[in-house]
Design a protein around this ligand. Structure first.
Ligand code: HEC
Ligand code: HEC
Length: 240
């Protein structure tokens, strides 16, 4: 190869990569407001971000990859656990996370700041970032649950979820509310035995929770519910 040719390849390669890089950077910035839903950033979201910073929550937690890698990522914490679970974690970590081997400190965060932080987490959970992080992908949860429910003749556990109105507070597939954790997320971490015990007496695990106890249900029904919730985890592991 001649000297001239080598220089040409160098300059054409460098300049075209640079042009592509600048064009993509420009394009990203142009879409920034739409991807981040800038129109949903209200005073509460801003106050929540400030409170999050003031209490140094990101010494332990990450959001969008920034922060300490000690505690769970909070980018989509709202999607996976909902309002009340976030509140109880911030309000009484020493009680509700007592059984955890990792500890979160009691920081006496004022109630107004907790409300603001929930609004902030709700906003971060809706940022369009290519469905990241993948283990909190609602798209995957929804599609695997849809398949699970379509594939099986309505299982006794699934029927009980309807009958007992769990979806008034929990999300499952395309349905439900976000007061408590998504049922698929619970299933990914909890055994049927834990779920059955939790159902019998939620106050023992999370004192003050609004989740009603199902101690009055016959034991086999509680077990069927628990097994259904725990099987949601295995359906998640398949590719969407
Ligand atoms: C010293 C480290 C530390 C600090 C500081 C900290 N946390 Fe945590 N946090 C943890 C750990 C550890 C867990 C998870 C415990 C477990 O489930 O194993 C956790 C759990 C949580 C959860 C529940 C996450 C989930 O997916 O269940 C939320 C929400 C949360 N923290 C919010 C906050 C907020 C808001 C702050 C700041 C006010 C904060 N944390 C400060 C360590 C910390
Ligand atoms: C009135 C609202 C409400 C109803 C109805 C409800 N839950 Fe809950 N549930 C919650 C809340 C809130 C939490 C989170 C408590 C916390 O950790 O702060 C929770 C927590 C749980 C947990 C524990 C999650 C964990 O990882 O520790 C399980 C399991 C559960 N619910 C299953 C169910 C099932 C099954 C039903 C229906 C039979 C149901 N829930 C009905 C609100 C509700």
């Amino acid at each position: 190869m001649s000297d001239r040719m080598a220089k040409l390849i160098f300059w054409v390669g460098t300049l075209s990569s640079l042009a592509l890089f600048l064009a993509l950077t420009f394009d990203t910035h142009r879409n920034f407001d739409a991807l981040t839903h800038a129109d949903r950033i209200d005073e509460r979201v801003v106050a929540g971000k400030r409170a999050f910073e003031r209490h140094n929550c990101n010494d332990c937690h990450t959001i969008l990859g920034f922060g300490g890698y000690y505690a769970p990522d909070l980018t989509r914490v709202y999607t996976r656990v909902g309002d009340e679970t976030i509140r109880s974690r911030i309000e009484r970590p020493e009680v509700v996370l007592a059984a955890s081997y990792r500890k979160m400190p009691q920081q006496h965060v004022p109630p107004a700041e907790i409300v603001a932080m929930i609004a902030f987490f709700r906003w971060t959970s809706e940022i369009e970032n290519g469905d990241w992080p993948p283990h909190d992908s609602e798209v995957r949860w929804k599609s695997s649950t849809r398949r699970l429910l379509a594939g099986a003749v309505m299982s006794p556990g699934a029927a009980l979820v309807n009958q007992e109105n769990c979806l008034a507070c929990h999300a499952l597939g395309d349905a439900g509310e976000r007061t408590g954790p998504r049922l698929e997320y619970i299933g990914a971490r909890r055994s049927p035995q834990y779920v059955a015990e939790y159902l019998a007496d939620p106050q023992r695990f999370t004192p003050g929770t609004s989740m009603p106890g199902y101690g009055q249900l016959p034991e086999p029904q509680r077990r069927a519910l628990a097994e259904f919730v725990a099987t949601l985890a295995s359906s998640r592991r398949e590719t969407p």
